[in-house]
Write a protein that binds this ligand. Sequence first.
Ligand SMILES: [Zn+2]
Length: 67
Amino acid sequence: MLIVDTGFMNIEDHKCQICGSPAKHFVFAAFTCDSEECIEAARKERGGPGGHMKRKAEGRPIIPLDE
Ligand SMILES: [Zn+2]
């Protein structure tokens, strides 16, 4: 379900998985709002750099540009 296939999915159709605000980003296989706290929470929920989304957990831009 949560597969990033292109850069133009409707992120705003989703909600931040942490706080429920309208999503602004898709990071660490989770939708988040603009809050750094939510992004960080998503990262932790993902299991950090050891998760299988490792590539995105290495400080790469939060908007995947290479897919
Ligand atoms: Zn949030």
